[in-house]
Design a protein around this ligand. Structure first.
Ligand code: FES
Length: 105
C-alpha cells in the first residue's frame, strides 16, 4: 500500500509498504524520520505515535485497549492518534496520510 508520512515540519514521504507489514516497520524500512519504534511493535512505547488523516479513520478501525492505554501516556493525544505499529498495511488503506508529532521530530 502507498503510505504518506508527514513529518512535523511538513516534509512528506510517500513510500510503498508491503501489505501485512505494520506502518512503524514501513517507516523504519524506508528511512522515514519521526517514527522510532523502540519496543519493536508491541504497543508498549508510543514512539510510533501518529495522527491518522480524518478521511482514513474509518478504514483503520478502532484502537485496542492496550494501544489506547499507551497513547494516553503520550504527549498530544487526539481523536486521530494511533500507534503506527498497530496499523497493518493493506489495500483498504492505500493512500493513507499519517502526520507525525512534534515530540518525535
Ligand atoms: Fe512501540 Fe509502536 S513501536 S508502540
Amino acid at each position: 500500500a502507498k503510505i504518506k508520512y508527514i513529518e512535523f515540519d511538513r516534509t512528506e514521504h510517500v513510500v510503498e509498504v508491503a501489505n501485512g507489514e505494520n506502518l512503524m516497520e514501513g517507516a523504519l524500512g524506508n528511512n522515514v524520520p519521526g517514527i522510532d519504534g523502540d519496543c519493536g511493535g508491541n504497543a508498549a512505547c508510543a514512539t510510533c505515535h501518529c495522527y491518522v488523516g480524518d478521511d482514513w479513520l474509518a478504514a483503520t478501525g478502532p484502537r485496542s485497549d492496550s494501544e489506547e492505554a499507551m497513547l494516553e501516556l503520550a504527549d498530544g493525544m487526539t481523536a486521530n492518534s494511533r500507534l503506527a505499529c498497530q496499523i497493518i498495511a493493506s489495500d483498504a488503506i492505500d493512500g493513507i496520510e499519517l502526520r507525525l508529532p512534534e515530540t518525535q521530530h
